[in-house]
Each structure stands twice: as C-alpha cells, then as structure tokens.
Write a protein that binds this ligand. Structure first.
Ligand code: ZN
Length: 64
C-alpha cells in the first residue's frame, strides 16, 4: 500500500496531495521536488516575485 505523498506542480510549484493542481489545474505533478517554501506575505516577498507566486501557500523551490 502506497501512502499519500505530497507532489509539487511542475507548472506553478504549488505543493498538494491531489493528482490535479488546485491552483492551475495542471496534472503535471512530480514527487521529485526539493525545498519547501511557505509563502505568507506574497506582496512583499522577493522569492514570491521571482517565482511568480500570487497566492499564499506551500511551494517547492525545485521541481524535477
Ligand atoms: Zn499548479
């Protein structure tokens, strides 16, 4: 039995347990990701700007 593992969206880097990204509806999800960043203050975050993140949540820095 395989446990539900988290995946990161290849398109927007959002981390989810679903098979479809709840943010951008992409099915291009990967379990092979590195670095989790939690975005709270998207407006004032340079990382959020660099990654084009517009909503708070948990994101992967790298998705392979
Ligand atoms: Zn996505």
């Amino acid at each position: 039995m395989k446990c539900m593992s988290e995946k990161a969206c290849n398109n927007c880097h959002f981390i989810t347990k679903e098979n479809v990204c709840p943010k951008c509806k992409s099915t291009n999800l990967s379990e092979d990701f590195g670095g989790i960043v939690v975005m709270f203050d998207v407006e004032n975050s340079a990382v959020a700007k660099a990654m084009k993140i517009k909503e708070k949540g948990r994101y992967a820095l790298k998705v392979r």
